[in-house]
Write a protein that binds this ligand. Structure first.
Ligand SMILES: NC(=O)c1ccc[n+]([C@@H]2O[C@H](COP(=O)([O-])OP(=O)(O)OC[C@H]3O[C@@H](n4cnc5c(N)ncnc54)[C@H](OP(=O)(O)O)[C@@H]3O)[C@@H](O)[C@H]2O)c1
Length: 502
């Protein structure tokens, strides 16, 4: 991360919420600790709960101690950080809140001797509150058009709940902010391992020539969790895993694996190439929607020796819910590079293991030269996003001995053993990029729109056919049998190995 010293003020709407406490403020503190924050930096939190600046500082101090990767922070550093932290209490629907905020910003910025700093509004609030805050920011003169170069807005997911609502939200955002001011966050893109996908592909000479339909048989993208809804039952029951994970994180991974090299590594060029991947996705026909998309939901089962309840018995979940906690499907990119190569995507909760990975399965060699009992396994490149971040390459090797027996062996790179410091939290990188005005790792308007266009037909199909039940799977399994059959029908199988796991 590079050092910029342009003064900056971050305003977090939703400053008494979970995201602020667990992610945003600990990330800002880590940036401070590592010398990445500008010397004149201020943080202003806005939320409904009554608090003084002092009380807010106390809460944020605890949040840093509990959740930052620094463990227990240096007291002097923390105090210095907190001394630049302020709070405004008010309801988002109240015009006065924005007057108080404006007064506070004037006080804070003039006390710091700062005029016209970079200002980042961070919407860490329920999506239902996005429009009201956007409208009031404009009305209160907190986002003047002639200062678009220094004022930015970060918007949390979910960005809409289908294609139409995503477009409506984009239009609302653009009434107050130009596209260049808008940072739609997908924290997956802030993960080191996700950024490394492009570095791995494009900073090495040996992989890119193989990265196409001639050498790759198929690609599997998996986001598997062992957790259930963890107190978010109400939210999740409305959303489902297709909206929560696939529309954003998984399609971003697909874009990074599938995209063409950009002509420059800048925000517009990288995002242009990602959008082309989404545009190349073959639309689902009626037959695919009916037969080739597996929607599952967990029933009770055992995870790591403990009994866990069925999804429908989770708190705040409708006991008759048909919400998807698992989804699996196959897509094709109809472009020159990938024509005919299937991409299998699956995401699930309460599965047998926790892993986010991209498994690139290569074609077999053209000729089997070695006479042996079984054919060698094809090469496999595993990009392991989490846990145990790293890259694994499976190659065939002769087992020592008089006969030719070919065993699969692994060449591996692990972050944990290669680098002496762990990767920064995704939010650290993303907050800093937004302060610096670099939107490469944020989703552009058209990217979000195309991503919604991919999943909306599935959502509409499920809605139009409420009588079609979800397929059930026991918690602690790898999902419904229908998910296995989906890929087996093509003569393939899901890759369920998790590196580092016995
Ligand atoms: N939590 C996560 O890990 C996570 C991860 C990814 C995305 N997100 C997204 O981030 C956003 C925030 O999530 P969260 O989990 O932090 O939510 P949360 O814990 O419910 O916090 C919501 C915040 O918004 C404030 N708020 C809500 N309505 C308000 C109003 N009318 N006036 C003033 N303040 C209001 C709340 O203030 P009071 O409590 O004081 O009323 C609180 O500070 C959501 O869009 C969520 O989808 C969260």
């Amino acid at each position: 991360m590079t050092q910029h010293d342009t003064p900056a003020t971050v305003v977090i709407f939703g400053a008494s919420g979970d995201l602020t406490k667990r992610k945003l403020v600990p990330a800002l503190f880590m940036l401070k600790r590592e010398g990445h924050l500008p010397s004149r930096f201020s943080l202003v939190g806005v939320a409904r709960r009554e608090k003084t600046d002092e009380e807010f500082r106390g809460d944020m101090g605890e949040a840093v101690s509990s959740f930052s990767r620094a463990g227990s922070p240096d007291r002097a550093q923390l105090d210095e950080f907190l001394s630049r932290t302020f709070y405004v209490c008010g309801d988002f629907a109240n015009v006065e809140t924005y007057k108080w905020l404006k007064t506070k910003l004037d006080e804070v910025e003039s006390a710091a001797g700062v005029k016209d700093p970079v200002r980042l509004y961070y919407l860490a609030i329920p999506p239902s509150e996005f429009p009201v805050v956007l409208e009031h920011l404009a009305a209160a003169g907190l986002s003047p058009r002639d200062q678009a170069d220094r004022i930015r807005i970060v918007i949390e997911k979910p960005f809409g709940h289908d294609a139409e609502s995503g477009r409506v939200l984009n239009a609302q955002v653009h009434r107050t902010f130009e596209e260049k001011q808008v940072y739609r966050i997908d924290h997956y893109l802030g993960k080191e391992t996700v950024q490394n996908i492009l570095v791995f592909r494009l900073a090495n000479g040996i992989f890119e020539p193989l990265w196409n339909r001639r050498y790759i048989d198929h690609v599997q993208i998996t986001v598997a969790e062992t957790l259930g809804v963890e107190g978010r039952g109400g939210y999740f029951d409305e959303a489902g895993i297709l909206r929560d994970i696939v529309q954003n994180h998984m399609l971003q991974l697909l874009c990074l694996v599938g995209m063409e090299p950009p002509i420059r590594f800048d925000a517009e060029q990288v995002r242009n190439e990602k959008v082309k991947v989404l545009m190349a996705l073959r639309p689902f026909g009626a037959e695919d929607l009916a037969n080739s998309i597996v929607r599952g939901q967990y029933v009770g089962g055992d995870i790591a020796g403990a009994r866990v309840p069925a999804y429908r018995d989770e708190p705040s979940v409708d006991p008759h819910s048909n919400t998807d906690t698992y989804v699996a499907f196959r897509v094709f990119l109809d472009n020159w590079r990938w024509a005919g190569v299937p991409f299998y995507l699956r995401a699930g909760k309460r599965l047998a293991g926790r892993t986010t990975s991209i498994a690139i399965h290569f074609r077999r060699p053209p000729l089997t030269l070695f006479r042996q009992a079984r054919a060698p396994e094809p090469n496999l490149l595993l990009l392991q996003i989490q846990p145990d971040e790293g890259i694994w390459l499976r190659v065939g090797s002769k087992r020592p001995g008089g006969r030719v027996e070919i065993d699969p062996v692994e060449l591996q790179f692990r972050y944990s053993t290669t680098f002496d410091q762990g990767p920064p939290e995704a939010y650290e990188r993303l907050l800093l990029d937004a302060m610096h005005g670099d939107s490469t790792l944020f989703a552009r308007e058209d990217e979000v729109d195309y991503a919604w266009r991919v999943v909306t037909p599935m959502l509409e199909h499920w809605k139009a056919n409420p009588g079609v039940p979800v397929t059930l799977y026991p918690a602690g399994s790898w999902g419904p049998l229908e998910g296995d059959r989906l890929i087996q029908a093509d003569g393939r199988a899901w890759y369920n190995e998790i590196p580092g796991r016995d």
